[in-house]
Design a protein around this ligand. Structure first.
Ligand code: 13P
Ligand code: SF4
Length: 331
């Protein structure tokens, strides 16, 4: 007999002291089962405030890890430990190399303030925390960089070169990318690691041109993980929550093309909302989690044999927590 996953998930949620968390990019059927939804910042905040001892996190690895770092007493399970491709671009040794790059070009370690996008492994966050730095998300990067600049130090921004450059541009700051052209840390305010999100690189100027030609009054809204050229050509750029608010606040007759992950844009669609791409911009890792995975993970708690538990060592928790808490305090 086949299992009715939705019914079973509801039963297990009722029975167990567990909170199911879902990022906006999750498949619809998984997203609908979540007790807490939001963008990365909201999820981190809401999980910290939540009282259940168990968290089942439907998202990508760094998100589940962040809950464990902020609330180490919680047991955090992930139906799929799927790693964000951008987060995978940097580890502790690449981070050290980036610091050394700046030191070799005349910036002392004491004069570097690292900021890591939340899309990074806990070991990178810990290195950032140890150096007095902070985490940021796409919804608070402006505030965090602004705060970082008060220190008078050079900002080392990892891992997303697009986010780093987009916010530097919006603040009128000079930025450069390590490994691309002449990146002289003495000449720049924000020095970016050369990471990126392959999903958000799918949006092109041609896509924008296509929509603007077809519907001259259309609005273009994109995530700041898009290339700076795209953000500059758009009418609005913001985190997933900010994009939802932007679209919801528009007149229902206003056409808008949105440049971010497919599941979210598809959920927003009410006739006048379009996906800003000729291809389907799906995040492969976000899409890995299925209803069956969610069911099996909840069932493993009921059976007292938890699967896919997130474990972070004490040293990493201590310093990654510093970097995350500095962000939450500013927010
Ligand atoms: P948000 O912070 O907007 O939720 O974005 C997370 C992400 O992975 C975007 O690709
Ligand atoms: Fe990572 Fe990009 Fe997927 Fe977001 S959309 S989780 S940045 S790979």
């Amino acid at each position: 007999m086949s299992i009715d996953y939705k019914k079973e998930i509801e039963r297990l949620k009722e029975k167990l002291p567990v909170t199911v968390v879902g990022h906006y990019y999750q498949r619809d059927e998984v997203f609908e089962m979540a007790d807490i939804t939001g963008d990365s910042l909201e999820l981190a905040r809401k999980c910290k405030a939540d009282n259940n001892p168990w968290v089942v996190f439907c998202g990508v690895g760094f998100m589940g890890q962040s809950v464990k770092v902020i609330a180490p007493e919680k047991r955090v399970l992930m139906p799929k430990i799927a790693c964000c491709a951008m987060a995978r671009m940097i580890d502790g040794s690449y981070f050290d190399d980036s610091v050394n790059y700046m030191v070799e070009r005349g910036i002392s370690k004491e004069n570097i303030l690292p900021i890591t996008y939340i899309n990074s492994d806990a070991t990178v966050k810990a290195k950032v925390g140890e150096m007095g730095g902070m985490v940021c998300t796409s919804s608070n990067a402006y505030k965090i960089i602004e705060k970082g600049l008060e220190s008078g130090k050079k900002i080392l921004f990892v891992p997303d070169r697009c986010l780093g450059q987009n916010f530097a541009n919006s603040m009128g700051l000079k930025s450069c990318i390590i490994g691309e052209g002449e990146c002289d840390p003495k000449e720049a305010d924000v020095i970016c690691f050369n990471g990126f999100c392959s999903v958000h690189q799918l949006f092109t100027l041609d896509d924008i041109e296509f929509y603007r030609e077809k519907y001259p009054d259309i609005k273009i809204a994109v995530h700041p993980e898009c290339d700076p050229k795209i953000v500059e050509a758009a009418d609005f750029s913001g985190s997933t929550s900010q994009l939802i608010k932007y679209v919801n606040d528009l007149d229902p007759e206003q056409k808008v093309a949105v440049g971010t992950e497919y599941n979210l844009v598809n959920r927003m669609r009410q006739g006048n909302t379009y996906v800003l791409s000729s291809t389907k911009p799906e995040c492969p890792t976000m899409n890995e989690t299925t209803l069956e995975d969610l069911y099996l993970t909840l069932k493993s708690i009921e059976d007292e044999k938890p699967i896919n538990e997130i474990v972070v060592d004490e040293h990493t928790v201590k310093y990654a927590n510093l970097a995350l808490e500095r962000m939450l305090a500013i927010n």
